[in-house]
Write a protein of this length. Structure first.
Length: 115
């Protein structure tokens, strides 16, 4: 399975970015999926998740600012990030929403929010 995340970049605080994830080699539609962020010097943490049926959940700080979505036909997952803050800076990864049964991590896509 390959996870291709893209769409990151440099943005000023208060700006927006849209991330995309293409999942190759898996029956995407059956998996609960998530976006994770690894900030500088930090552990990777879940930011937003979407179930196979489309139910979503967010960490508190992302609630109201981020929107996760998926397109099963295209095997794509998305993360729209608005009102970005410097603390949103990090490398964003997509993977299964699971603590112990994830796919191999892809390269991720880097997001830098300047103050």
């Amino acid at each position: 399975v390959q996870l291709q995340a893209f769409g990151g970049g440099l943005v000023q605080a208060g700006g927006s970015l849209g991330l995309s994830c293409h999942v190759i080699g898996a029956n995407f539609r059956i998996y609960n999926m998530a976006w994770y962020r690894q900030g500088p010097g930090e552990q990777r943490v879940l930011v937003a998740a979407i179930s196979s049926g489309g139910s979503t959940r967010y960490v508190d700080d992302a609630e109201g600012r981020f929107t996760i979505s998926r397109d099963n036909a295209r095997r794509m997952m998305y993360l729209q990030m608005n009102s970005l803050k410097p603390e949103d800076t990090g490398v964003y990864y997509c993977n299964r929403d699971s603590d112990s049964n994830r796919f191999s991590w892809g390269k991720g896509t880097e997001v830098t929010v300047s103050s």
